[in-house]
Ligand binder design. Structure first.
Ligand code: NAD
Length: 432
């Protein structure tokens, strides 16, 4: 991993999430009057490993797939973070995702650090056997860098419980013992936690409810638009509808649909399962994917990929609240415009934290060998998010910050405390 990420053009600068995170870190360090060393120690990941994974193709021959595991900080505990399979994965993207994980675990008071993994691949172009080889190959090459007390992977975009099951099996075969805590988001039968699959989407709705309450508004009757209809977006949409909100628009990578009265979300989920897209859903009108982001709604939920809301789009956003179910969906320039326009953004490191909170519960269950009920998991996750939201709203109000600045303030304060408690800062704040 080289020191600074090189940036060539204004567009790349706008879309450089690592730079945006470093800016948030620097501002939080200054706000908290912490030693500059805290910034120096947290501005880059502690370790970044690149691998080339060979896959024996069914059509004959081998193909190498590039992959990464980036571990940002283990100050607060073993590093934790999902693995993404996507054609646009890069070291820079995985680095940003690893950094967000550190700030997420810190802001939510979890005893974990932050990491992320990714493989540059279009998984839809692989057969099941090729996908399994790729997943197992990733673990084989990184077995010494990951582990239940070291770095714990989980699902992310285009990876799921089945892939986590293959990865868990590969690791356990390599180390020759049962290690269910190696990975979270596993199938239930292998020690997965009840409620993990739904945790991110459910958590998004809890954080929106808490933030709307602070604004004197309610979920019931609120109009909601959701970009992305995968694990996070689909569950969030269903839970919004169950809570009495009106989910008026939804999109996926192929299409977007709108219905003024509110979409029938369970039927839409079944339609997507049947046809592969939300497009063509009976009773809904097709709209443009970008149009969805500028609809007049109370809540806009970007739940797809990074950089969905750009500097160019931000002046046209008409939502009152943006709930970042995805990681990094708002560029730094867009964020500044939304702040000026008094549009509240619930930052990713709080909004989508339900996933890592329940992953933490899964790891705790694996470590103790005792399985919790779905009710207990859901209740404890909700309690944790409500606590985080209260701290977030309190910090924002007290220091006159937006919610993202407040979330980084909470996270950096805890990371600095961890650095100090470990003796990594001396009295003057210099590293030792
Ligand atoms: P997923 O692969 O299940 O779903 C992604 C969805 O986004 C798909 O429906 C895809 O069609 C859609 N999409 C892609 N490009 C789009 C575009 N341009 N316009 C509209 N839709 C588009 O992934 P996921 O697990 O739901 O993750 C989504 C986001 O949430 C990612 O940023 C991820 O890092 C974040 N996240 C997920 C979890 C989790 O537990 N799954 C936890 C925390 C954060």
């Amino acid at each position: 991993m080289t020191a600074e990420i090189k940036i060539d053009t204004a567009l790349e600068r706008e879309r450089d999430p690592v730079g945006a995170i470093q800016q948030q870190l620097r501002a939080a360090v200054e706000r908290l009057t912490l030693p500059q060393t805290v910034y120096e120690l947290l501005r880059l990941p502690m370790r970044a490993i690149k691998v080339a994974i060979p896959v024996h193709l069914e059509a004959g021959g081998y193909r190498l797939f590039e992959g990464w595991r980036v571990q940002h900080s283990d100050v607060l505990g073993p590093t934790k973070g999902g693995i993404r399979f996507h054609p646009a994965v890069s070291e820079q993207e995985v680095t940003a995702l690893a950094m967000w994980m550190s700030y997420k675990t810190a802001a939510n008071g979890l005893p974990l650090g932050g990491a992320k993994g990714g493989v540059r691949v279009d998984p839809r172009a692989l057969s099941v056997r090729e996908l399994e080889q790729l997943s197992r190959g990733y673990v084989r090459l990184l077995r010494n860098e990951m582990g239940p007390r070291r770095d714990i992977p989980a699902p992310d975009v285009n990876t799921d419980a089945r892939i986590m099951g293959w990865m868990a099996d590969e690791y356990m075969q390599l180390v020759g013992q049962s290690e269910p805590g190696f990975v979270t988001g596993k199938p239930l039968v292998l020690g997965g936690s009840p409620g993990r699959l739904e945790a991110t989407g459910r958590g998004v709705v809890v954080t929106v409810r808490e933030v709307l309450r602070a604004r004197g508004q309610r979920l019931a009757g609120a109009r909601v638009a959701v970009q992305g209809f995968g694990n996070a977006g689909r569950v969030a949409a269903r839970r919004f509808a169950e809570a009495g909100a009106r989910v008026v628009a939804v999109s996926d990578s192929r299409a977007a649909v709108y219905c003024e009265q509110g979409l029938a979300v369970p039927a839409l989920i079944a339609h997507k399962q049947r046809t592969g897209s939300v497009g063509g859903f009976p009773g809904a009108e097709p709209i443009g994917q970008e149009e969805l982001l500028t609809l007049e709604v109370e809540v806009l939920v970007p739940a797809a990929l990074e950089n969905a809301i750009t500097e160019e789009l931000a002046p046209r956003v008409r939502a009152r609240v943006i709930a970042e179910a995805a990681n990094g969906p708002t560029t730094a320039a867009a964020d500044a415009i939304l702040r000026q326009r008094d549009i509240w953004v619930i930052p990713d490191i709080v909004c989508n934290a339900g996933g890592v909170i329940v992953s933490y519960f899964e790891w705790v269950q694996n470590t103790t060998g005792y399985l919790w009920t779905a009710r207990k998991v859901e209740r404890l996750c909700e309690d944790k998010l409500v606590q985080t939201c209260a701290a977030l709203l309190g910090c924002a109000e007290q220091l006159g910050l937006d919610l993202r600045q407040a979330a980084y303030t909470l996270a950096v304060e805890r990371l600095a405390e961890g650095l100090r408690a470990r003796g990594r800062l001396n009295e003057q704040g210099a590293p030792r």
